[in-house]
Design a binder for this molecule. Structure first.
Ligand code: MN
Length: 326
């Protein structure tokens, strides 16, 4: 399929390369570094070759979220966003931006989101899970009450928020001790992001801000497969029922969108289509951690209808992020 749009597509600054290198074997470090620093050359050639018209670019992980010094986190986010705006300006027909945000401090995050959307023309934000604030042991999840003004601003600006994975901090990751192969994209990323998403859904956030648009990657981080069970079991455990007025499945189907990033499996795609419908699923590759050809070759040949392929590959993204592409 020509004209595909990808939403979970990363870049790095030199000073944040070290955040990404642990996620590939040492022999791939040079290749990953070259991919993360490149925007206009190798990336664009691969997009041309495999029918990707546009990438919405985002800063690598965990980067800003793992800078406990709030002022430094803010500076890093601003630097990344300024660099991204310059790169997007070179080829706005091929690249658009998602903002990195210093969510260590909701007020700073609001200010940076406003700057990115209003001044830099970014289409939304992408945040790498919880934020470390003050020290590395303090992990802030965004269902905490101090984030309500931030969510109000996201809703007001009407821009999607992409919740991207990161690893749990060591002291919260005891379940992975002795089985470190489970960390990162193999398992821990999905678990971490799924729980964070459920926390948001169960906090009542979407009753207060019903127009919020949250995007999660990796075919929904396992959530589509578990949604029925979550609601079925939570219904009768009244003493521990979540705080939302509606079911978790309702919020999942009304406030969440799902991308195919890094999960190129037709069986999983079809399950997700059955749970949330083709209108809420969007193509993505997760470049440079996944290959553009792997993502595109799989998606172009996946056994789904052509109308759905066009929605997932292109038109859903254009609508959700207001890209103005048919
Ligand atoms: Mn990613």
């Amino acid at each position: 399929m020509q004209g595909k749009i990808g939403l979970e597509e990363h870049f790095a600054l030199r000073e944040t390369l070290g955040d990404s290198l642990p996620f590939v074997p040492p022999q791939f470090a040079d290749e990953l570094e070259a991919r993360l620093l490149d925007i206009q050359d190798m990336r664009l050639k691969l997009m041309d070759k495999h029918g990707m018209e546009m990438m919405l670019l985002s800063f690598n992980a965990p980067a800003v979220q793992a800078i406990a010094d709030v002022k430094k986190a803010d500076e890093m986010a601003r630097r990344a966003n300024d660099y991204l705006a310059e790169e997007v300006a070179k080829r706005p027909d091929r690249f658009q931006g998602l903002a990195a945000l210093p969510l260590q401090d909701p007020d700073l995050a609001i200010r940076e989101l406003q700057r990115c959307v209003k001044d830099l023309g970014f289409k939304g934000s992408l945040v790498n899970g919880f934020s470390n604030a003050g020290d590395m042991e303090t992990c802030l999840y965004y269902d905490l009450p101090q984030y309500l003004p931030f969510w109000a601003e996201c809703e007001k600006l009407d821009v999607p928020f992409y919740l991207h994975p990161r690893n749990p901090i060591d002291s919260w990751a005891q379940i992975y001790k002795g089985a470190e192969w489970l960390l990162g994209p193999t398992w821990a990323f999905g678990q971490e992001t799924a729980v964070h998403s459920l926390r948001l859904m169960g906090s009542g956030l979407f009753d207060k801000h019903p127009k919020l648009k949250i995007v999660i990657g990796h075919m929904g981080e396992g959530l589509p497969f578990s949604m029925w069970r979550v609601d079925n079991r939570n219904l009768w455990v009244n003493s521990k029922k979540h705080k939302g007025e509606k079911s978790i499945g309702y919020y999942f189907q009304n406030n969440f969108w799902i991308t195919t990033s890094g999960n190129f499996r037709t069986q999983a795609l079809i399950n997700t289509m059955l749970e949330v419908g083709a209108d809420r699923i969007l193509f993505s590759t997760d470049w440079p951690f996944e290959n553009i050809d792997h993502a595109c070759d799989w998606f172009d040949a996946a056994t789904i209808g052509e109308e759905d392929r066009r929605k997932i590959g292109r038109t859903n993204a254009s609508k959700l992020f207001k890209l103005g592409l048919d």
